[in-house]
Design a protein around this ligand. Structure first.
Ligand code: NI
Length: 133
């Protein structure tokens, strides 16, 4: 896609913030940082507007916890139309890492994610909000 240039006016402290962001996040330049920020805002906007989005639910849990896997499977079957893939990795003797790729309406993905993350025995859970366009 063709690149377009435009002028941006920023207060000095905001420009300092931008340059710190560029340095900390290892962006090659300011333009790349601004591209990232715009895409991030676009994703936030889609999620807030309950649009069709994609993402991933990451769960770490103790598989010895009674009923956890049964309940997790029940929930995943209830929302099967939102789930693209499930990857299960046995981290060690006790812990499993599950990455569930999802696509659908933002509110439905949040409901699915909340249901899984709040299960007893889940040590860490996060919904990574991304976009499908
Ligand atoms: Ni496992």
């Amino acid at each position: 896609m063709a690149l377009k240039r435009f002028g941006v006016s920023l207060e000095e402290n905001l420009l300092d913030d931008l340059d710190q962001l560029v340095e900390r996040q290892k962006f090659p330049n300011r333009s790349q940082a601004i591209r990232f920020l715009v895409s991030q805002l676009k994703v936030d906007d889609k999620w807030n507007g309950d649009e069709e989005v994609a993402g991933a639910i990451v769960l770490v849990y103790d598989h010895h916890k009674k009923d956890l896997q049964t309940k997790s499977t029940d929930i995943q079957h209830d929302f099967h139309d939102l789930i693209l893939s499930v990857q299960h990795v046995h981290l060690d003797h006790n812990n499993c890492l599950e990455t569930i790729a999802v696509k659908g309406r933002a509110s439905q993905l949040k409901t699915l994610s909340d249901g899984l993350i709040s299960l007893k025995g889940v040590k860490h859970g996060k919904l990574v909000m991304s976009t499908c366009s």
